[in-house]
Design a binder for this molecule. Structure first.
Ligand code: MN
Ligand code: MN
Length: 277
């Protein structure tokens, strides 16, 4: 992708789809790096259309710009490249909807966001708290990004929803780092999520029950339904300044169903980002 060329033609208020094919920090199996083209294939497929549930036809939204996939180096250089690219997009007044990739990419993305937005709220939707101090010797593992985000002071508030794998170490980390957790046992239709100030959503698709989204690296039964997740997004009263959709692993998908779930979430998240401030 010629990102530099695209930057010049970007108008303020654009919502940018940015593929980040990166899974070097996956712990159990790789495959998430294959996700961005599969999500796009589902998004633009004749199997469906580009309308959101509220009737907003995204194909008629000139401010929605798909910049394709980042061409990434390996190792630490890739993390720096992700941060640099997102920062350049934010400088042009864009909002970024990243398509992962594994959850490790949220750290460099949020580093860029924190420079632009003081008092950033993060809503983290995931089966896992991703708060390990290190995982299998890797401090940048996809099991660790939210520990780094809080240690670096990148978020004024981190709220995690959908969690159902909290162990004693991560419980201690959540307390130490001031993380708010609404775990899956507490989740219900009566819960209202309220935020003051700019909001970023990090959506790990394994927050969904594997019955709805089998194409993830870590199956964790007992999660949200697709409808509950859509309702949560549609019910937000706060402007989204950015979002990522991570951990879709096409190698574990079944007849493309998870790709279509990811595409659906792209539409609902993009609609919020296009219409908020
Ligand atoms: Mn995660
Ligand atoms: Mn997860």
């Amino acid at each position: 992708m010629d990102i530099e060329g695209s930057l010049d033609s970007l108008e303020r208020g654009s919502v940018v789809l940015l593929g980040i094919p990166f899974d070097e920090h996956s712990s159990f199996i790789s495959g998430a790096a294959l996700a961005p083209p599969r999500i796009r294939e589902a998004l633009y497929s004749d199997e469906t259309n580009l309308s959101t549930e509220s009737g907003d036809d995204l194909s008629r939204q000139p401010r929605l710009r798909d910049l394709g996939d980042l061409r990434l180096e390996r190792g630490a250089a890739a993390l720096a490249q992700i941060e640099h690219t997102v920062a350049a997009l934010l400088e042009r007044g864009a909002r970024v909807l990243s398509l992962g990739g594994d959850h490790a990419l949220t750290l460099p993305v949020v580093r860029a966001y924190a420079r632009r937005y003081e008092l950033l709220n993060i809503l983290h939707l995931d089966a896992h708290p991703d708060l390990y101090d290190e995982f299998e010797g890797d401090r940048y593992s996809h099991a660790c990004p939210f520990a780094r985000i809080m240690e670096e002071g990148l978020a004024s508030r981190l709220l995690q929803v959908g969690i159902r794998t909290m162990n004693p170490h991560q419980q201690a980390q959540a307390r130490r780092l001031g993380v708010e957790v609404v775990d899956m046992r507490q989740w219900g239709p009566g819960i209202r999520l309220r935020f003051e100030g700019p909001l970023y959503i990090s959506l790990d698709l394994d927050v969904l029950d594997p019955a709805f989204a089998p194409g993830v690296s870590h199956h964790e039964p007992g999660g949200l339904s697709t409808r509950e997740l859509i309702r949560l997004i549609q019910g937000l009263e706060t402007a989204l300044v950015g979002a990522d959709i991570v951990e879709f692993n096409p190698e574990r998908d079944v007849v493309g169903v998870t790709a279509m779930v990811a595409a659906k979430m792209v539409k609902e998240l993009a609609a919020n980002m296009l219409h908020s401030g």
